[in-house]
Design a protein around this ligand. Structure first.
Ligand code: 5RP
Length: 232
């Protein structure tokens, strides 16, 4: 069974939620890319939708495939957002941000009537935390912020988090679409995601974090032949 087939099948299943006239948040990452490609085929076949990309990467992809795009500040309503995730737990809590787009992803998911997560089966976990939690921070004083992020995670019950700034091949910190850095926080286990989310949100210098604890309503996990749809 291939991950790519699962991603593709999850993305295809999400198309069932798309209706003519919708404004759609377009997620970021390899699974969301399949969705954007499928959506583009529907648009070529006369579906009328507008896309709100969650990253510059997705903006370029969607534009290259002729999906009409709308500026996020010109949008009155986003009917649906379809995005990937790095981990999904049984309460539909997510870790996102593997693609460094968590800030725009969260703003757009939060502004949407419905967020659907599409993922391969490997993203389905019992507990969050195996995937390093991305935390977006200002470049200014990021080492100080990293220490405070450590303290917040420990207060939230994480044992000995290991925190590193995400770097590119040239060893420099990668810079997000918002001009920030990403701290990758190896937690192992996040025992109380809402508590961790609220403590992290209170750290000056933290722009946002990859815990999405309340936004996902539907998760679609691809299988080798189709998809499993979970509604929460
Ligand atoms: C980007 C994300 C992605 O949705 C997440 O990393 C999943 O990516 P992929 O579908 O490539 O596994 O949060 O910031």
């Amino acid at each position: 069974m291939s991950n790519e087939t699962e991603k593709e099948n999850a993305a295809a299943a999400a198309l069932d939620y798309v209706e003519d006239g919708m404004t759609i948040g377009l997620g970021t990452g390899s699974t969301a890319k399949y969705f954007v490609e499928f959506l583009a085929e529907e648009v070529a076949d006369r579906l009328v939708v507008r896309g709100v990309p969650t990253s510059e990467e997705t903006r370029k992809l969607a534009a290259s495939l002729n999906i009409p795009l709308v500026d996020v500040d010109q949008v009155e309503r986003i009917h649906l957002t379809v995005d990937g995730a790095d981990e999904v737990d049984p309460q539909a809590q997510l870790i996102k941000g593997g693609g460094a787009a968590l800030l725009r992803e969260k703003i757009i998911a939060n502004a949407s009537d419905l967020m659907i997560v599409i993922a391969d089966s490997g993203k389905q976990v019992e507990n969050l935390g195996k995937f390093p939690l991305p935390v977006e921070v200002t470049p200014f004083a990021y080492t100080i912020t990293a220490k405070k992020v450590y303290d917040a995670l420990v207060e939230a019950g994480v044992k000995k988090p290991l925190i590193s700034v995400r770097t590119a091949n040239d060893q420099r910190p990668i810079v997000t679409d918002g001009g920030n850095y990403i701290l990758d926080c190896k937690c192992g286990l996040i025992p109380d995601a809402p508590l961790a989310a609220s403590l992290l949100a209170g750290v000056p210098g933290v722009v946002d974090h990859g815990l999405f604890t309340t936004l996902c309503r539907i998760a679609i996990f691809g299988t080798d032949t189709g998809a499993t749809i979970l509604e929460y």
